[in-house]
Write a protein that binds this ligand. Structure first.
Ligand code: SF4
Length: 412
């Protein structure tokens, strides 16, 4: 999904005068030929230990040790696992990888927002793939916007990612790696130092929130997203509260209840229109699951309460969906659903046909929604200068044609 965050309150951290060049990225390239341990749950780690003949009575303990090193200490080198005997570290090194993927670039906005371009192995796509991840620092929290797919099968017309054809799903390792590298680069693991001049929350952890709102539709990659988020929220590891993890969907109705039951995170809906004829255009998945069906699924979202509201994202498009009548209809549609409405000024991207609503129009729209009792923060655009804002993410990855893939594999 396109990024949509409640960023109405701007960071109080310092603001640099101009965009900084990317810090040099470490040349850490995952050894694709060795299976990775990142993204395996504890049972998966124990199975991996079995595959290298670790005695059965030790497997659970070894899995726990690895879990601690990977997700509490954030190491990416078996050599650092000091409470594991050297011989076993060498064996692990010979059989598995825990390396980070390659950082192709790191851009830093004038407002402190960071955007990384990561490169992952082909895994059936014919060539390595690239995805973007964005970090948005504010006072008191740091939000990481994570991608779930390379490209997207959907074609939401306001979204830049929607112009990039789907290449492939990300694995649980690749989803989780985005969190691990962000924490590496920000110095958010024990014993790590935050780069000088970095804009980060002034105290506490630096990545406090994760939003599945980067490239792709997370509910079309349910199993990998679920596994990654369950690892990210494990209290003995990365320890992100499920209240601080939000999954945003364009409206894949059959998977919404599962999201609550099996992942238990917060839910956001990319709504953007209050009439089916318009939503069919803006968010074409609406033709399959129209507004009423989507809202029914929202009303039944497991755990829904005033303390656990659904966020409805609404991009403000000039003359398209921003009238008073639209605002009133939005209020009517959401009646009875514990909800927050996130108004997103449209972020332009090259080739887009839409314009952002005027600021006064957005405020008038927000007033109607507010008067009906809904919190409706207007999101302050972040990272526009580095194309990191809502709906602006896109990488250059393309899937190779089958003929070319076969030729490449034949030559290897
Ligand atoms: S095209 Fe739609 S579903 Fe896909 S990333 Fe953009 S907003 Fe999300």
């Amino acid at each position: 999904m396109a990024i949509s965050l409640d960023l109405a309150h701007r960071s109080a951290a310092q603001t640099p005068a101009a965009a900084q060049p990317a810090a040099p990225a470490p040349a850490l390239v995952a050894a694709a030929e060795k299976p990775t341990l990142i993204g395996l749950d504890r049972a998966g780690l124990a199975e991996a230990m079995a595959s290298i003949d670790i005695p059965e009575r030790q497997r659970k303990m070894r899995a726990q040790q690895l879990w601690h090193w990977l997700y509490v200490r954030g190491v990416s080198d078996f050599g650092q696992m000091s409470n594991i005997a050297k011989d076993l570290r060498y064996t692990l090194q010979d059989h598995f990888s825990i390396a980070r993927p390659e950082i192709v670039s790191e851009q830093i906005s004038v407002d402190g927002t960071r955007k990384w371009l990561f490169r992952f192995p082909p895994r059936g796509a014919g060539r390595p793939v690239e995805i973007e991840t964005v970090y948005i620092p504010e006072e008191g929290r740091g939000t990481l916007c994570v991608s779930s797919q390379v490209g997207c099968t959907l074609t939401c017309t306001f979204c830049h990612t929607g112009t990039q054809k789907m290449v492939r799903n990300l694995t649980s390792e690749e989803i989780l790696s985005q969190i691990l590298i962000a924490r590496d680069r920000l110095g958010d693991f024990p014993d790590a130092a935050t780069p000088q001049g970095a804009i980060v929350p002034s105290e506490g952890r630096l990545v406090t929130n994760v939003v599945m709102m980067g490239m792709g539709e997370p509910l079309y990659n349910f199993d990998n997203v679920k596994q990654a988020l369950l690892i990210a929220s494990d209290g003995d590891g990365l320890s992100l509260s499920k209240r601080r993890i939000t999954l945003s969907t364009s409206g894949v109705v059959p998977e919404i209840a599962r999201t609550g039951d099996e992942i238990g995170c917060m839910l956001a809906i990319s709504l953007h229109a209050v009439r089916d004829d318009l939503r069919d255009v803006l968010v074409p998945i609406n033709k399959k699951w129209p507004i009423q069906e989507l809202l029914e699924a929202c009303r039944r979202y497991p755990g829904l309460s005033n303390a656990k509201r659904i966020t409805f994202e609404y991009v403000m498009l000039k003359g398209v969906n921003d009238s008073d009548a639209d605002a009133r209809e939005l209020v009517r549609l959401l009646a009875g659903i514990p909800a927050k409405i996130n108004l997103i000024p449209f972020n332009p991207w090259p080739g887009s046909d839409y314009e952002c609503s005027d600021w006064e129009r957005i405020e008038e729209f927000a007033d109607i929604v507010n008067r009906a009792g809904y919190a409706s923060p207007i999101r302050t655009p972040r990272g526009r200068d580095i194309f990191a804002a809502c709906g602006q993410l896109k990488s250059a990855s393309e899937r190779m044609r089958k003929k070319d893939r076969d030729a490449l594999e034949g030559a290897a």
